[in-house]
Design a protein around this ligand. Structure first.
Ligand SMILES: Cc1cc2nc3c(=O)[nH]c(=O)nc-3n(C[C@H](O)[C@H](O)[C@H](O)COP(=O)(O)OP(=O)(O)OC[C@H]3O[C@@H](n4cnc5c(N)ncnc54)[C@H](O)[C@@H]3O)c2cc1C
Length: 346
């Protein structure tokens, strides 16, 4: 049976910023046939397409012209290859549930990525990452429909142009492919990564000393969850889209200039000549933490998270983000880049 294409569909519950937004057309995609039908519907009616997972990394304007495809493709399969497990997951599966499911099966590799909201299919879009691990380190390939030709293709991780919160599917490549599944490589033998400073400290606080015997993927996952729950505002109470800005990466010369005027600026080397500087630190230093602007604001305990106080709008968020960007640029000569993707019109 063909999926229903619904007209004038409210998306308020499909974006974690709780913005009021209406799709011209909306279709829930549960399988490849649904997708084929919906893409054909869009092309017959000359409609633009917007792809949506759980809406935790989008900022939606009042109207989304064209057809919104909500990706609800479920299913998990796996095969064992020696000490490794190859897991194939439908794009509409919940990412945090997937992480818990793999840990429940004693398959390791995703523990640092616990509790990141959203769908599995959206995970490659910005190469989700947390606590020192990025999806690209576990991804084998994505299965996708290439919209220009309608072909179903498999794209290897090495062809995804992954970087920090970046892939070929973001920015210029946004919407060119509809991801239907992802394939991950996990391990029966844990290879723990607890080098990320706040994770390491939290583990030390719990354990006193860390040994091979008292560390486990489950403990890392639990600790990551506790840190996230403590530090990040829950979108249920404080509608938000996680980190609103990417952490800027600057070259050595720029870093030296910044350190000359701001000796306490933290930084993390990412390559020989490049360092990542925390956007939150800079935003905090521009006195935006806890700042309220109309019906939106910067969360009081996390300067990187913009929140909707209830009746906030797309334009208020954009205005606030411009205020922050201009202030940070003036003070630090760094232009912040917005992490979520903006969609729609007034
Ligand atoms: C509280 C909170 C904490 C967060 N913490 C982190 C974090 O620690 N690390 C991190 O990396 N991110 C984090 N995020 C961001 C977000 O969780 C991820 O980006 C997540 O992958 C988005 O999934 P989604 O299904 O909600 O995607 P959506 O928000 O629905 O979509 C995001 C983008 O992906 C595209 N897209 C979605 N599904 C598909 C598909 N199947 N095919 C093609 N394109 C698609 C959309 O068009 C859109 O451009 C956080 C967000 C919140 C709200």
């Amino acid at each position: 049976m063909n999926p229903k294409v619904l007209k004038t569909y409210h998306l308020d519950e499909f974006n974690s910023f709780s913005l009021s937004s209406v799709a011209e057309y909306f279709c829930s995609i549960c399988c490849s046939e649904d997708l084929r039908y919906a893409l054909d519907f869009a092309s017959r009616n000359n409609l633009d397409i917007t792809i949506l997972g759980e809406g935790t990394n989008v900022i939606l304007n009042q109207k989304i012209p064209g057809l919104v495809l909500k990706i609800d493709i479920k299913g998990k399969t796996f095969k064992q290859e020696g000490q490794e497990i190859v897991v194939e997951v439908g794009a509409g599966e919940s990412w945090p549930s997937l992480v818990d499911w793999t840990l429940g099966k004693s398959w390791y590799g995703l523990e640092n990525l616990s509790l990141i909201p959203g769908t599995a299919g959206a995970a490659p879009i910005q190469n989700i990452g947390a606590f020192g691990v990025e999806l690209s380190e576990r991804l084998i390939s994505v299965k996708a429909v290439f919209r220009a030709t309608g072909e179903t293709i498999e794209i290897g991780a090495d062809e995804c142009d992954f970087g920090y919160r970046h892939s070929r599917f973001k920015r210029n490549g946004a919407g060119t492919h509809v991801i239907t599944a992802i394939k991950l490589r996990l391990y029966k033998q844990a290879k723990l990564n607890y080098s990320y400073p706040s994770l390491k400290q939290a583990l030390l606080d719990k354990l006193g000393t860390m040994t091979d015997d008292n560390l486990s993927p489950r403990l890392i996952s639990d600790t990551v969850k506790q840190l996230r729950q403590k530090n990040l505002p829950d979108p249920v109470h404080w509608p938000n889209a996680g980190s609103f800005f990417k952490n800027p990466i600057v070259d050595r010369e720029h870093l030296n200039d910044l350190l000359a005027s701001h000796p306490k600026l933290p930084y993390f080397p990412v390559a020989d000549d490049l360092a990542k500087v925390p956007a939150a630190w800079m935003i905090d230093h521009c006195n935006f933490r806890g700042y309220k602007y109309k019906n939106v604001g910067v969360h009081k305990s996390h300067a990187l998270v913009l929140v909707n106080y209830g009746s906030g709008s797309f334009s208020e968020i954009v205005e606030l983000s411009d205020l922050i960007k201009n202030s940070v640029e003036k003070y630090f000569s760094v232009r912040l880049i917005i992490e979520p993707t903006l969609y729609g019109i007034d």
